[in-house]
Design a protein around this ligand. Structure first.
Ligand code: AMO
Length: 439
């Protein structure tokens, strides 16, 4: 028989049960991360969304009824009413001596994955059981940091006069003209899931001047790598009356402040992930290299041949990451590698564009945009795109579009790096890849 929730409500989260509460009664709720039954003595590690506390049941100290009732398994959902007591050896120096317990839900005797933290089960098995897996201490740390990243990004951008925008995820035409779109049925016509907030954020920079959005984008790429997903969560930033140099400065300050906040507010999580000495506040400004300097370095130092105008291969990035270990910018890419909305440099072979790299990993792309309608229409044609398809976007450029520049940052890529993870799928609650559509 399971207990009903009834009138019981949590009075505290585990993190709030401190020595100030000694002697007081609290009601905690969560899951059994670990338990030990030593005959006359039982211990439960009760975990909730923030951490864990030890529940101690000693025969003779707690009532017989409670002592007998506590026959739990891993991840049972329970609530405990009890007194807070200090106990140096328990996590946090505190234990709870229960006067009553409720067993709200049970689990099978054998869980599909190890939840004690002693071994890490294989990623696909964990993803198949993600609702359970996300409760692990490691995932609690990863997603605690993710929450801090999102909170800190917003804090920084609001403090710098940015307006948060929300733009459609169902679109009628391809955003960037690429082929990497998921088609969907929109009543009786074809539509697509958006690949980027690009065109909308540009339009809205002509209204709110400084805008940002943190939202999903969909990429129908069949890339089975440890850094590609089909559904990504992107921080999009666009700034009016600005060019690439303003975005570079703003972005490095944002990265700097977010890492500072993570260290201030998520140090326990960094420690659990053994990243406390690796995820450190970076010095700004970040080093800036031109595309030409980078391919020169690759060609001369690593013996990998990259012709001018070619994209940098994964192999070359891997080598580069050994040489340039921190954050750095690669500027002024060949125009042929960049989308139509990116502005040409004075030398039309080049563009006013950049990538932010973290070692071997690309974290962002961005640049100065074309704000002149004629030039934008010409750029579309150069890329083999039909300006008629972009008619409604182009119309905005008739109405006083300011010079603007911006950037897009993949949240999961950054989180992968900050947490020292090997695979981007570990940095997403429910990853979507060519092979995975559930859970
Ligand atoms: P881009 O296509 O480079 O630029 O995307 C921006 C950032 O999103 C992340 N990213 C991905 N992460 C995981 N899996 C993927 N398949 C994937 N694709 C991209 C990367 C990348 O740097 N509109 C431009 C941005 C701009 O110019 O403002 C854009 O979408 O971290």
């Amino acid at each position: 028989m399971l207990d009903e929730l009834g009138e019981w409500r949590k009075t505290h989260y585990t993190k709030d049960v401190s020595s100030e509460l000694i002697g007081q009664e609290v009601i905690l709720g969560g899951w059994v991360r670990n338990y030990r039954d030593l005959g006359g003595l039982k211990f439960i590690n009760l975990q909730d969304k923030y951490g864990e506390r030890q529940i101690t049941l000693k025969k003779g100290v707690v009532s017989n009824e409670v002592f007998e009732k506590i026959k739990v398994g891993y991840q049972y959902c329970i609530m405990v009413k009890g007194k807070v007591k200090d106990f140096k050896k328990a996590p946090g120096g505190i234990e709870i001596i229960p006067s009553d317990v409720k067993i709200l839900n049970k689990t099978p005797e054998k869980l599909p994955i190890d939840m004690t933290g002693e071994t890490i089960s294989e990623l696909d098995l964990r993803l198949n059981n993600r609702g359970l897996d996300l409760r692990s201490l490691k995932n609690q740390a990863i997603f605690g940091i993710r929450g801090e990243i999102l909170r800190s990004i917003r804090k920084f951008l609001f403090a710098n006069d940015f307006t948060e925008i929300t733009t459609p995820k169902i679109i009628g035409t391809a955003t960037e003209g690429g082929t990497e779109l998921f088609p969907i049925m929109y009543f009786d016509r074809e539509a697509f899931l958006t690949q980027s907030a690009q065109l909308y954020k540009e339009q809205l920079s002509g209204v709110y001047e400084r805008v940002f959005e943190i939202s999903p984008c969909f990429r129908a790429e069949k890339s089975r790598t440890k850094r590609h997903l089909c559904e990504i969560f992107v921080l999009d930033i666009e700034m009016a009356f600005a060019d690439m140099s303003d975005v570079l400065k703003n972005l490095e300050e944002l990265i700097h402040d977010v890492i500072k906040d993570i260290r201030a507010n998520q140090m326990d999580a960094l420690k659990l992930l053994k990243m406390e000495n690796k995820t450190i506040v970076p010095e700004i400004p970040f080093p800036r290299y031109s595309y030409d300097e980078i391919i020169d370095l690759i060609n001369k130092k690593f013996g990998i041949t990259i012709e001018w105008g070619e994209d940098i291969s994964t192999e070359a990035y891997r080598e580069l990451g050994k040489e340039l270990t921190g954050y750095y910018y690669i500027l002024n890419w060949p125009m042929s590698l960049k989308p139509f909305y990116i502005k040409q440099s004075k030398d039309p072979k080049y563009s006013e564009s950049f990538d932010l790299q973290m070692g071997w990993l690309e974290l962002t792309s961005g640049g100065t945009r074309v704000h002149n309608k004629k030039q934008l229409m010409a750029a579309l044609e150069v890329k083999g795109l039909n300006p008629a398809v972009f008619e409604s976007h182009l119309r905005t450029f008739d109405f006083g579009m300011p010079p603007h520049a911006g950037v897009g940052l993949g949240i999961a890529r950054w989180l992968t790096f900050i947490c020292g993870l090997d695979d981007i799928r570990d940095a997403v609650m429910y990853p979507r890849t060519p092979d995975r559509l559930t859970p």
